[in-house]
Design a protein around this ligand. Structure first.
Ligand code: SF4
Ligand code: SF4
Length: 62
């Protein structure tokens, strides 16, 4: 069991809040957008969703 992590690049404004808050470093910045490069590490805590003012992040249990 794990989580699928998706960032809508159209909505992401590159504020880096999700990078700051994620306890397992799921995200990295690429071309001023947050990209979930380590989604397999996601704990499903949803902290990133709470801090993203653009509602750009979707976490789905898989
Ligand atoms: S918190 Fe949202 S808007 Fe900010 S970098 Fe992360 S995905 Fe983009
Ligand atoms: S749900 Fe938690 S562990 Fe998963 S990407 Fe967001 S902040 Fe990181």
């Amino acid at each position: 069991m794990g989580y699928e992590v998706v960032v809508d690049a159209e909505k992401c404004e590159g504020c880096e809040e999700c990078i700051e808050v994620c306890p397992v470093d799921v995200y990295e910045m690429e071309d001023d957008k947050s990209v979930p490069v380590n989604a397999e590490e996601c704990l499903g805590c949803e902290s990133c969703i709470e801090v993203c003012e653009q509602d750009a992040i979707t976490i789905t249990e898989i």
